[in-house]
Write a protein that binds this ligand. Structure first.
Ligand code: IVH
Length: 689
């Protein structure tokens, strides 16, 4: 992996070309030969050049680019050695959200998956499947424009990721320029960046010797290495990459099946995991899974299952995604996680920020897969009863990957009769309010919005990284502020002063000043962040992004009904009802007003121009368009970075009018807002629709 950096003192070009055009040609030729050699060596495993030849040509190109900086191009292999450290990682809105995969832990679950799909698209039974290894690394999205790598990003929250282009360029499996033909002008290739086991072990040995903290597993190491500010560090880590899907919104891909797509990716220069198989039906897919399973632990990289995918791409569209999160056309077949047996000492209840009472197990500490576990989630009372879990039981506990440990069930043979059943408390353990259990939910809730348990979780969540990111305000300090009655809700944070904080135990003058400054700095977070930070039931980062993108301002969102909110692609009825319900509550509306008076921004900032053809632009739709329905027009506009809102204002970029437009068109004309027809919209969307 270090070959691109070895720079031996070999002969240079003997007859340097002098004409500008000759130089351009020479540089292009060197780039072509070197990129081809990297592909041959790393992806095909069939070296074309000797190391010495490679190094000499590489040095030639480096010299040429150094002498003529205008010759440098974004696909130059010289970029693979890494660049000067960046100050921070930028953000990138994916053209198409990056989803995650549902799991199947048994063949029965695989069958049930096909059953569910067949109800939507009966053809799945006949269309065949692909079976692929599930690589355990960090998901990445590689955007190519006109065949050249333009942006590489991490998954982030699925909607917005971090830009790590310079880091991804150092990975030899990532083509800087696509090979072959048939690729659309704009596409996002998705794949997994991973740490080969050997490099991971070597890295940890080195870190151990240097007294540095070790990486827990290759996945964390891959994600950490990918997010380095200094791409030269990334290069030295020796990451690799496999590609497995393509998104090209609006464009036509030259494949009709996932199997063809994988071969196509290989033809375009990507490395594709070689154990891939195509099967005629699910029975064959199951047989293939059974053959691959024992290989997983022998692979030179971490694999956490096998992915089964519906082969026909047309069916992917038909099947869609569950809750905008998990495509129905693919499922991860996972294998039994590690299990240990220990004593369940007690079942306690913790109040979450939404008021949900979360029962959890206090366990006699036990080691599972190298980690000591002393608590495990028990989800809800119904599940505890269904699994017949009793306090005092010996229980089986499992831990799969990063997932919170879970209690699987009791070991009944070891019961003594002294075990006791669990009942959900009737009063909240933190504020003694009578608890509620909504008819259609399995969770029990504390209804008191001012419950100290809820408020504490709510403030800690509000201040956390990924939310308002208020440095220095963690769980313990939030608890102190509450206990000292300096705050009763998140809006009170904005009234804190250095003097008041410094009077508390645990806050020196300096740290008090830092926290107050961090609170002030949080006022400028975008709407999506604030929506997530508010801790509205069921609203995660992804949903918050979608809502902020669609509605643009807090006010616009607050006025919407659950139906209107539910019409946003990716927002299901449960989220929509939770959001509308949150804003129906007068206490929450007051909270928003207090946050507004404290100076918090309540708008989603306009997007920057690099992200899509319509970045930062706002549109209103009226009437019936000839070919796109409302949802599709909205999806395409959003995929290109634009937003669709319900009413015309001075800031509307254009109104898109179809047959039988409404009064919005009159208003737009009165305001002098441009009027587009569908054809104009499609033109503007260009390749990025
Ligand atoms: S297909 C969900 N194929 O697993 C969108 N994903 O747990 C389609 N992964 O985010 C993904 N190997 O990063 C697919 N052969 C494979 C994969 C794979 C690893 C990752 C991927 C995804 C995650 C979901």
């Amino acid at each position: 992996m270090t070959r691109a950096t070895r720079v031996p003192k070999l002969g240079r070009m003997t007859t340097p070309p002098t004409h500008a055009s000759a130089l351009v040609r020479r540089a292009a030729e060197l780039r072509r030969v070197l990129n081809r050699a990297i592909h041959a060596y790393y992806v095909l495993g069939a070296p074309e050049l000797s190391d010495a030849e490679y190094d000499r040509l590489f040095r030639d190109l480096q010299d040429l680019e150094a002498a003529h900086p205008d010759l440098a191009t974004p696909d130059s292999p010289t970029l693979r050695v890494g660049a000067e450290p960046a100050e921070s990682l930028g953000k990138r809105r994916h053209l198409v959200p990056m989803l995650s995969l549902a799991n199947a832990f048994s063949d029965e679950e695989l069958l049930a998956w096909e059953e569910r799909n067949a109800r939507i698209a009966p053809d799945v039974r006949r269309g065949g499947y692909t079976v692929e290894i599930k690589i355990d690394g960090a998901a990445v999205s590689l955007t190519y424009r006109d065949g050249v790598l333009e942006v590489g990003a991490t998954r982030g929250n699925g909607v917005v990721g971090e830009v790590v282009t310079a880091n991804l360029r150092t990975i030899p499996d990532v083509p800087l320029r696509l090979l072959g033909e048939g690729w659309p002008a704009l596409l996002e290739v998705r794949g997994e960046v991973y740490f080969p086991r050997a490099s991971f072990d070597a890295l940890n040995r080195k870190r151990e010797a240097a007294g540095e903290p070790l990486f827990a597993n290759p996945r964390n190491a891959a994600a950490g290495s990918l997010r380095q500010l200094d791409s030269r560090v990334t290069r030295r880590r020796g990451l690799r990459c496999y590609a497995f899907t393509v998104e090209a919104p609006g464009a036509r891909l030259p494949f009709t099946t996932q199997g063809e797509l994988l071969e196509g990716l290989a033809a375009w220069g990507f490395r594709v995991e070689p154990h891939r198989r195509r099967t005629a039906d699910l029975a064959e897919a199951r047989a293939a899974v059974a053959e691959i399973e024992p290989l997983l632990e022998l692979l030179p990289f971490g694999a956490d299952g096998v992915v089964v995918k519906v082969d026909a791409l047309a069916l992917h569209d038909e099947l869609g995604a569950v809750g905008g999160r998990e495509p129905r056309w693919a499922i991860a077949r996972k294998f039994a996680p590690e299990v240990a047996v220990t004593r369940l000492l007690d079942i306690k209840v913790n109040v979450g920020r939404t008021g949900a009472l979360n029962p959890f197990a206090e366990l006699e500490p036990v080691e599972i897969g190298g980690v000591t576990v002393s608590t495990a989630t028990l989800h809800n009372a119904e599940l505890i009863a269904a699994r017949d879990i009793r306090v005092g039981d010996w229980v089986e506990v499992t831990r799969a990957g990063e997932v919170i440990p879970q209690v699987l069930g009791p070991v009944r043979e070891r019961r003594t009769g002294a075990e006791r059943e669990f009942t959900m408390p009737e009063r909240c353990p933190d504020c003694s309010s009578e608890v509620e259990r909504p008819a259609d939910e399995v969770m029990t809730y504390c209804p008191n919005v001012s419950c100290p348990g809820r408020v504490l979780e709510g403030i800690a969540h509000f201040a956390a990284r990924g939310a308002m990111d208020i440095r220095g305000l963690g769980y313990e300090r939030a608890a102190k502020l509450l206990a000292a009655r300096l705050v009763a809700d998140v809006a009170d944070l904005y009234d804190l002063t250095v003097e008041r904080l410094a009077a508390l135990e645990g806050f020196a003058e300096k740290s008090a000043a830092q926290v107050v400054a961090a609170i002030a700095a949080s006022k400028d977070r975008p709407l999506a962040t604030l929506l997530f930070a508010l801790g509205i039931r069921h609203v995660g980062e992804g949903a918050a992004e979608l809502l902020a993108r669609r509605f643009g301002t807090m006010d616009a969102l607050m006025q919407r009904s659950a139906d209107e909110i539910g019409s946003v692609r990716g927002i299901g009825p449960t989220i929509a009802e939770a959001v509308a319900g949150f804003f129906r509550d007068a206490r929450n509306r007051r909270l928003i007003e207090r946050l507004r008076s404290a100076g918090l921004g309540m708008d989603e900032p306009a997007r920057t121009a690099t992200e899509g053809a319509l970045s930062g632009q706002t549109f209103v739709l009226t009437g019936t368009l000839p070919s796109l329905d409302r949802a599709e027009a909205t999806r395409r506009i959003e995929a290109a970075g634009g937003a669709v809102v319900g009413s015309v204002s001075k800031t509307t970029t254009a109104i898109i009018a179809g047959e039988a437009p409404g009064s919005k068109l009159d208003k737009a004309r009165a305001l002098g807002i441009p009027v587009w027809d569908e054809a104009e919209l499609l033109r503007r969307l260009g390749g990025s629709a």
